[in-house]
Design a protein around this ligand. Structure first.
Ligand code: HEC
Ligand SMILES: [Cu+2]
Length: 312
């Protein structure tokens, strides 16, 4: 019988989390043993009627030992904080060359969309050994993507994009769950992560029904929603040209300077009054309620894709 108390570990992050967990277990176990042993020794030594000395402690025991163990505990706690913090931070910052997969959650399914336009539902095919970054949003309520074999869990929120990344280290099928109670069918909201050899992944992705890519659909929306009426270089309205804005530092009217990342572009569309670009009037209307999460993803992808060529 194969009684396994330890979940499968199939990513770099999983290995780091497991070492951290084992480390914490060993340290807590050692402290437990030490305290337990001292308890027994003192029980025996100072039992009623024993001849052990019960007078005042010597001076060094009263001061130096007290300072010593307090400092040691403090440094141990700081070390654990640093260690666990480093593991958690690493799970937050994806390498720049990571494969970007968009995930949209809704009651009660996970929809994924690969860079080449391939789509899948309740499945996630990823290449072995490559960094994969998930950019996630919800189309209704709060969900949470949980892949135990990767030791990763991240909330997925409506109106916001959250991310997580991983590098799979073992081919195979792993379960994925929704870890946030999201309605009556919550317990059925799951699927499978399939880690495959990179060649197999490329073949799989190419074999999926192809659709227009995100930036292409975003470009169509950009015209349909009237964005181009203001943002095209030839427009009569004084609005910033969005060419090359992604990743650039933007000066705002209130003196702040922020980087135009995905979150900034999203906020510019939903809450244009919040970050007004220096030198422009705050005339851009909010598109809150007019664009849903999927449209917003397409618009952001389109603006991201504008690198140096003129806006069409
Ligand atoms: C009525 C004209 C108008 C329309 C329509 C409009 N915008 Fe804007 N937009 C502006 C102006 C003016 C600014 C600069 C002031 C500000 O930041 O609010 C701006 C700023 C922005 C920025 C920040 C640019 C930067 O350089 O940091 C983004 C991104 C953006 N708009 C995207 C869009 C998208 C996407 C749409 C369509 C869904 C859209 N805009 C529709 C006028 C418009
Ligand atoms: Cu859910």
């Amino acid at each position: 019988m194969n009684l396994s108390l330890w979940p499968q570990a199939a990513s770099e992050q999983a290995a780091r989390v497991d070492i951290l967990f084992t480390g914490l277990l060993v340290i807590s176990g050692a402290i437990l043993l030490l305290v337990g042993a001292l308890l027994l020794v003192f029980c025996a030594r100072y039992r009623r009627g024993s001849a052990a000395r019960r007078g005042d402690l010597p001076e060094f025991l009263r001061r130096d030992v007290e300072i010593g163990w307090t400092a040691a505990t403090l440094f141990l706690a700081l070390f654990l904080f640093w260690w666990a913090g480093a593991v958690a931070l690493r799970a937050n910052t994806a390498p720049p060359d990571a494969l970007e997969i968009h995930v949209a959650a809704k009651q009660w399914m996970w929809k994924a969309r690969h860079p080449n336009g391939a789509r899948e539902i309740n499945g996630l095919h990823v290449p072995l050994g490559e960094a994969v970054r998930l950019v996630m949003t919800s189309q209704d309520v709060i969900h949470s993507l949980f892949v135990p074999a990767f030791r990763l869990k991240q909330d997925v929120l409506p109106g916001r994009f959250t991310e997580m990344w991983f590098r799979p280290t073992q081919a195979g099928d792993y379960r994925l769950f929704c870890a946030e109670f999201c309605g009556t069918q919550h317990s059925h909201m799951g699927g499978t992560v399939t880690v495959m050899q990179p060649e197999d992944y490329a073949r799989w992705a190419a074999a999926q029904p192809q659709e227009e890519d995100l930036p292409g659909e975003g470009a169509a929306l950009f015209t349909a929603l009237g964005c181009s009426g203001c943002h095209a270089p030839a427009s009569a309205v004084h609005a910033p040209v969005l060419d090359g804005v992604y990743g650039r530092m933007v000066h705002l009217a209130d003196g702040r300077t922020v980087r135009a990342d995905q979150a900034y572009i999203r906020d510019s569309i939903l809450q244009p009054k919040r970050d007004v670009v220096a030198g422009y009037e705050p005339v851009m209307p909010s598109f809150e309620g007019l664009v849903d999460a999927a449209d917003l993803q397409k618009l952001v992808a389109y603006i991201q894709s504008l690198r140096g060529e003129a806006v069409r």
